[in-house]
Design a protein around this ligand. Structure first.
Ligand code: DGJ
Length: 374
């Protein structure tokens, strides 16, 4: 009798383990997405690194309620081999204790973390948008952390503004000599005039450029780039990183001046570079934008809204965070977006949709459910 009971228990446990391991066989955008512990995945504003045959998803660990939008815990990591089923790998970068005075102290704003691997140093390097505690979004800093192991723990290195004292590539003499017309700070979604007439680039020359919504991209030759909303969010900048990926090398460009591009995500397809971005409307969705270039350092040409189905004007109620190339599937990319729920941050959902290519641009169609092999 005891033998039968223990056999039944073992069978039930085995069945449960199997179900958890391969619970999902498709993507269902916008639905609760459970990890191996049956908990909704907590990795918002995230990005994915493919490393040694596994995908690693890093994102903001949110907590309940409105107060959950700030960093109370840190950067959460999950891993997967099939992109449907995710294993909780724990907190990759933990916030520092309250009162510690660390730039990443609990209660700071730590958004859109991204991790890349440096083949030369062997290190995993994490970058994120950082707003030190208590100053709202006025800091506009970038933070860097490193680890020897992909899942962490990551060690915080430094945070601050970008490329202090460096003019962007191709800055005209007229801008270098023109006076700064800017007030201290603007709302983030608006400016009283074009960023060049305010001369925001010169205003921030000494202290370093602002960087909020961000992403990273590593090109085929191993050169890495930091893409971020700068100049009070009005202008996207793309800055090259140094060879160990822990700082900038001083070369950067400005693009889409005055267009207020947020949530940038870059990928490469058939030798061309593409960007997906959003407009700038806080946590509310807006129409996405896209662009193409033959070289990362420009010129970039806008291609319009890549979304085409109902609710395309709201990016299917989401905002871009990453474009994932599917490993081993040339030309297969997945759009990763966040459906923010700022009133209960932890409940934010994930919108993952396949990219299609048509007439030199990419498009994204809505799907209630889809599979990689579709
Ligand atoms: C939009 C950004 O894309 C998010 O990462 C976050 O910073 C919110 N704004 C805050 O309102």
């Amino acid at each position: 009798m005891w033998k039968q009971i223990s056999l039944a228990v073992l069978l039930a446990a085995g069945l449960l383990a199997c179900q958890t391991k391969e619970r999902y066989k498709s993507f269902t955008p916008g639905q609760v997405w459970l990890d191996n512990n049956n908990v909704h995945i907590n990795a918002h504003g995230g990005g994915i690194l493919y490393d040694n045959g596994r995908y690693y998803w890093f994102g903001e660990h949110k907590t309940e309620g409105e107060g959950g939008n700030v960093a109370n815990v840190g950067v959460h990591c999950y891993s997967s081999t099939d992109l449907y089923n995710w294993k909780d790998e724990g907190i990759a970068l933990a916030v520092a204790p309250e009162g510690s005075g660390s730039p990443i102290e609990k209660g700071c704003i730590l958004e859109r973390p991204k991790v890349i691997h440096n083949a030369r140093t062997g290190k995993y390097v994490m970058w994120f948008h950082l707003e030190p505690k208590g100053a709202g979004y006025t800091g506009a800093q970038s933070g860097v952390a490193v680890s020897d192991k992909v899942t962490g723990p990551y060690r915080f290195l430094h945070a601050g503004r970008i490329n202090a004292g460096k003019w962007p590539q191709g800055t005209p003499e007229s801008l270098k000599t023109a006076p700064v017309q800017a007030e201290a700070h603007y709302s983030g979604g608006d400016l009283p005039a074009h960023p060049d007439s305010l001369n925001l680039i010169k205003r921030d020359l000494e202290g370093g450029q602002m960087a909020r919504d961000m992403n990273l991209f590593v090109d085929d030759d191993g050169t890495a780039y930091h893409i971020y909303a700068s100049e009070e969010n009005s202008t996207l900048q793309i800055a090259r990183l140094n060879s160990d990926y822990t700082d900038h090398d001083g070369t950067y460009i400005r693009c889409f001046k005055g267009r207020f591009m947020e949530a940038p995500a870059m990928f490469k397809h058939e030798g061309r570079y593409y960007l997906m971005m959003s407009g700038c409307t806080g946590w509310s969705s807006n129409a996405a934008r896209s662009a193409v270039a033959d070289s990362i350092l420009g010129e970039w040409t806008e291609l319009g809204n890549p979304c085409v189905d109902a609710d395309s004007a709201l990016t299917y109620h989401s905002q871009s965070t990453y474009i994932l190339p599917v490993a081993g599937k040339e030309g297969q990319f997945i759009y990763l977006g966040d459906r923010w729920t700022p009133e209960n941050a932890i409940d934010g959902r994930y919108i993952w949709l396949p990219l299609e290519f048509e007439d030199g641009r990419f498009i994204i169609r809505w799907k209630d459910e889809w599979k990689l092999e579709d």
